[in-house]
Design a protein around this ligand. Structure first.
Ligand code: ADP
Ligand code: MG
Length: 547
């Protein structure tokens, strides 16, 4: 047989493959579909999305990371964009929508260059240079946050909540957030560290948002197990147990034949005796509060109530760990080993009523760094969106406190970067210059989208902003609430530097990674390489096709 007449088959039958320009165009389109889906949520005037899952559960949110987490994306390149949102969320907790939109816009610009027959490698090279220059510019325009400057931290919290359902009570919430973060901040070798795991968030539906408050201590969404137990224990000595106060069921089925009623009574007495011994052990340790991660049966409840020991059962593992940290108690697996040394302490353990529900408050803990935020809101959806808003706000305040640097928001930093890139590009020359200029155009998507979402004319706004920046007013951005171009510092729209840095880094890395792909090979039955024009799982128009 003559070579060349027969095609050589190296892939399994049924494998889908898309190569070269087709693959690139397809990936770019998928990325754009994702960025289109979240674009309308950007900024304080952004709209919300209602997401309905296959079980019919509804989430109403404005949070880019949440939207992308909830929707089922199938296209491989689209999945990479979802990763951008995830990593942005993990690094900074904010800026997810921006990072995604920026990635989409970078790829759109790259698509136009590809159409002019510029090689992807050249575009990637230009993008990398541009990203470095952008980061350099950001560092240049960043401003220091003075240590202990609570007012600035509060403004940073309010900026991040401006676009969330929380915005109506953001004053109150921002104060709570700043207090909570400052309370748990630690100084190690002159550097500040904030571990947000030290802030417990509890939600309770009912009551208005205004009833949301900070509590120094831990809140358990549990009531005491028996009405006969005291409701309030002062100078609590707390035992944390992660085994059950129940008679263990045997692994094998055993049958006991009972001939007369006295035997039955003896058997029941035996069981009761075992439980009574367990309660004795708790009592002997001198604990007056018992938090159990497992079950506490009726007889045990009865004896514990008789001893006046405030008991909570089936506490969450994460709450047990928080309690251990806050009160100094050791989590004990075996009751036999429980001694007074294992107990933790707190000034107060108290049951409080919220509507029909009761919660246990452990306050005035041994470790004053234990802080909880109790979120209140009229409905479940309000409480959930509030929690997402608080998550963003806590994250930005943490980052701001750790780094001590901020930038102005409202798209002002984007314009500063675009101008720096346009000044710089000619010195690079050639085709890479075109890629750097494309980067500059792409980053302007932030102020453009902020204007669009606020119902302002993006072209007029951009012309005005650019002219202000040329005059040296480098903090000018879109004042979306006032509907005009204005100084963002004056408007107190500020963000931590790290959020902007991460946005640029995440977006440019993802764009470059997607551009370098020129061959998509999908195994039979796999989700990849859908037909041209239809980024799988999501139509190019955005969310309309969602089910
Ligand atoms: N009052 C405001 N005026 C103008 N822009 C604002 C204002 N408040 C927030 N922003 C801007 O909104 C953007 C953040 O919007 P958001 O919907 O939270 O998206 P992301 O998920 O990227 O954080 C940032 O660019 C921020 O500077
Ligand atoms: Mg945000």
């Amino acid at each position: 047989m003559i070579a060349g007449q027969q095609p050589i088959i190296i892939l399994k039958e049924g494998t889908k493959r898309e190569r070269g320009k087709g693959a690139q165009a397809n990936n770019i389109m998928a990325a754009l579909a994702i960025s289109d889906a979240v674009k309308s949520t950007l900024g304080p005037k952004g709209m919300d999305k209602m997401l309905v899952d296959s079980m019919g559960d509804v989430v109403v949110t404005n949070d880019g990371a949440t939207i992308l987490k909830e929707i089922d994306v199938e296209h491989p390149a689209a999945k990479m964009i979802v990763e951008v949102a995830k990593s942005q969320d993990e690094e900074c907790g904010d800026g997810t929508t921006t990072a995604v939109i920026l990635t989409g816009e970078l790829l759109k610009g790259a698509g136009e260059l590809l159409d002019q027959n510029i090689h992807p490698t050249v575009i990637c090279g230009g993008f990398k240079i541009a990203a470095e220059k952008a980061i350099e510019t950001l560092n240049k325009i960043a401003m220091p946050i003075k240590p202990g400057d609570k007012k600035t931290l509060k403004d940073i919290a309010m900026t991040s909540m401006a676009s969330k359902g929380a915005s109506s009570s953001k004053e109150l919430l921002a104060d709570i957030v700043v207090d909570a973060v400052i309370n748990i901040a630690e100084k190690i070798n002159d550097k500040t560290y904030v571990d947000l795991d030290n802030i417990q968030i509890q939600k309770k539906q009912g009551g208005g948002i205004a009833n949301t408050k900070i509590i120094s201590g831990i809140i358990l969404d549990k009531e005491r197990v028996h009405e006969g137990m005291p409701k309030h224990i002062k100078n609590a000595k707390i035992a944390l147990i992660n085994s059950a106060l129940e008679v263990k069921k045997t692994e094998v089925d055993a049958r006991i034949q009972i001939q007369d009623p006295t035997q039955l009574q003896a058997f029941l007495d035996e069981e009761e005796g075992m439980i009574r011994k367990m309660v004795e052990k708790v009592k002997k340790s001198e604990a007056n509060v018992l938090i159990c991660q497992k079950g506490v049966d009726d007889i045990a409840q009865h004896f514990l109530a008789k001893e006046g020991i405030y008991t909570v059962r089936r506490a969450k593992k994460s709450d047990m760990e928080k309690l251990s940290k806050a009160t100094g108690a050791k989590i004990v697996a075996n009751l036999d080993g429980l001694t007074s040394k294992d107990l933790g302490s707190a000034g107060n353990v108290e049951e409080k009523k919220f509507g029909d529900d009761k919660m246990t408050f452990v306050t005035d803990c041994k470790n004053p760094k234990a802080v909880s935020i109790l979120i209140r809101g009229t409905t479940e959806h309000v409480v959930d969106e509030l929690e997402r808003g608080l998550h963003d706000a806590l994250s930005v305040v943490k980052v701001a406190l750790e780094d001590g640097k901020m930038t102005a928001g409202g798209g002002s930093a984007s314009i500063a970067i675009a101008m720096a890139l346009r000044d710089y590009a000619p010195s690079v020359g050639g085709r890479e210059q075109m890629a750097i200029e494309a980067f500059a155009n792409a980053i302007e998507i932030v102020p453009k989208t902020l204007s669009e979402n606020a119902g302002l004319d993006p072209i007029d706004m951009m012309l005005e902003i650019r002219s202000e920046h040329k005059k040296g007013n480098r903090y000018t951005g879109i004042d979306v609430l006032g509907g005009k171009v204005d100084d963002m510092l004056k408007n107190k729209v500020i963000e931590p530097l790290r959020v902007s840095l991460q946005e640029i880094q995440a977006a440019s890395e993802a764009a470059v990674m997607i551009l370098r792909i020129d061959d998509v090979i999908a195994a039979k039955g796999g989700g990849g390489a859908p037909p041209m024009g239809g980024p799988g799982g999501m139509p190019p128009g955005g969310m309309e096709g969602m089910e």
